[in-house]
Design a protein around this ligand. Structure first.
Ligand code: GLN
Length: 190
C-alpha cells in the first residue's frame, strides 16, 4: 500500500513518520508527474489552506486531486486539509469543495489559539488532539458521519472515502486516526 502526501507546504513529514510507524509506504506529491505512481490513499496535511490553494493551482495539482477523490480513492484532510475538502468555508473560500461540510476557519481565534486536549474518537477510544489555529465543523450534510466532538463542536468527520479532522493526529504519538485511514485504504480500494 502506498499513500501519497501533498507536500507543497505544512506538516507533511509528520504524516510520513506516522505512516512508517504503522508500516505503510508513502511518497510526496509536489507535481502532476508524481501521480504516475500507484496510489492507495491521499493525505492533505495541515498548514495554511490559502497558501496550499495557491500552490496547488501553480503546480496544476487541483484537478488531478479532485478527480482522484471523485474516483473514490480514500483521502484524509487534517486541519488546513479539512478546509481544502469542505464545500463551504466560513471566513474563507472553498477550494476542492468535495465534502458536504461547512467549516469555520480559525474558529478558535488566531495564532495563540493553539491547545491540546483529549476526546473520544469514533465512539471507541479517547485520543489526544492538538489544535493549531484550527477550524471546526459548523454543519454537516446528511451522508456525513461525526467521529469526534470537543466542547460540543464537531472536529472529525467522515463522508464515503473522505476523512477529515480539525486537529493534528500526526503531532501526537497516538496512531488511532491514521490506523482508521489505512483501514479505509485497505478496504475501499479495488
Ligand atoms: N488556519 C489554517 C488555515 O486556515 C489552518 C491551520 C492548520 O492547518 N494548523 O488554513
Amino acid at each position: 500500500m502506498r499513500i501519497g502526501i501533498l507536500a507543497l507546504q505544512g506538516a507533511f513529514t509528520e504524516h510520513e513518520k506516522m505512516l512508517s510507524k504503522l508500516g505503510a509506504d508513502s511518497f510526496e506529491i509536489r507535481q502532476r508527474a508524481d501521480f504516475t505512481k500507484e496510489i492507495s490513499g491521499l493525505i492533505l496535511p495541515g498548514g495554511e489552506s490559502t497558501v496550499m490553494e495557491k500552490l496547488m493551482g501553480e503546480s496544476e495539482l487541483k484537478e488531478p486531486i479532485l478527480q482522484m477523490i471523485q474516483r473514490g480513492i480514500p483521502v484524509m484532510g487534517t486541519c488546513a486539509g479539512m478546509i481544502l475538502l469542505a464545500k463551504t468555508v466560513i471566513g474563507g473560500e472553498s477550494h476542492l469543495a468535495c465534502m458536504d461540510i461547512t467549516v469555520e476557519r480559525n474558529a478558535y481565534g488566531r495564532q495563540l489559539a493553539s491547545f491540546k486536549t483529549e476526546s473520544e474518537y469514533g465512539g471507541a477510544r479517547i485520543i489526544p488532539m492538538v489544535f493549531i489555529r484550527a477550524p471546526y465543523v459548523a454543519n454537516v450534510g446528511q451522508g456525513v458521519e461525526v467521529l469526534a466532538k470537543v466542547d460540543g463542536k464537531i472536529v472529525a468527520v467522515r463522508e464515503k472515502n473522505m476523512l477529515a479532522c480539525a486537529f493534528h493526529p500526526e503531532l501526537t504519538e497516538d496512531t488511532t486516526v491514521h490506523s482508521h485511514f489505512l483501514h479505509m485504504c485497505n478496504t475501499m480500494n479495488c
